[in-house]
Write a protein that binds this ligand. Structure first.
Ligand code: CA
Length: 226
């Protein structure tokens, strides 16, 4: 799961990053509205934390432009202001939730989880994802099939999670690359192929009926027998 934090207070942004990373999220931070909007438009995020008072573009404008582009990524607005008019304006612009600073870390994490849960969900209550004969366990980073199980590396886990969450769709290499390695990274298409082959080996080891299919020139999807 990838979170974008758009917050110009550098210390607060760093605290948010630490907090979210400790909870297992991958985090990108932007310190102004313009670069924040650019990143947000990539549509690779599961949740966006958006401050209101920002240099270059304020949070309301960022949100309006993001929604105008057709993007519906859940947005949690953060602000020091607590006036009702701000909340109304934020919600009118398309924010999903509004949190007033200072907030409790636990409250913030609960909001993020709630926003992620709102998306079409295949997860069971304990954070396990299922698909065909497979179960992906977030707590132990393991992939389970019947009696067998294997541990996944962080990147393998992220990739398997994306494939399982989008099991009816073909994921392009570009999407996988951006969602897993992010914008700043030097990773190339080749990385995706390497990790797909790691995962295929693990699926074989598990004797799973689920396969990762390559759609030539497009990307990958899961093949799940009825
Ligand atoms: Ca600010």
């Amino acid at each position: 799961m990838r979170v974008l934090v758009i917050e110009d207070e550098v210390r607060l942004a760093a605290t948010l990053r630490d907090l979210l990373e400790m909870d297992g999220y991958t985090v990108d931070v932007c310190h102004d509205g313009e670069s924040g909007l650019d990143n947000a438009l990539s549509a690779i995020y599961d949740v966006i934390l958006l401050d209101v008072m920002l240099p270059k573009l304020d949070g309301f404008t960022v949100l309006r432009r993001l929604r105008a582009s057709g993007d519906s990524t859940p947005v949690l607005m953060l602000t020091a202001r607590s006036e009702v008019s701000d909340k109304v304006q934020g919600l009118d612009c398309g924010a999903d939730y509004y949190l007033t600073k200072p907030f409790e870390p636990r409250e913030l994490l609960a909001c993020v989880r709630a926003l992620i849960r709102r998306q079409p969900e295949l997860r069971t209550g304990d954070g396990t994802l299922t698909c065909g004969d497979l179960r992906l366990d977030k707590n132990t980073f393991s992939l389970i099939c019947g009696e067998r199980s294997v541990r996944l590396s962080r990147k393998e886990f992220d990739m398997m999670e994306l494939l399982m969450l989008n099991q009816k769709q073909v994921l392009t290499k570009e999407t996988l690359l951006l969602k897993i390695w992010g914008y700043e990274s030097e990773a190339e298409d080749n990385n995706v192929e390497v990790y797909i082959s790691f995962l295929r080996r693990k699926l074989e080891h598990l004797h799973s009926q689920v396969k990762i299919r390559t759609i030539r020139m497009v990307g990958y999807c899961l093949e799940i027998p009825e």
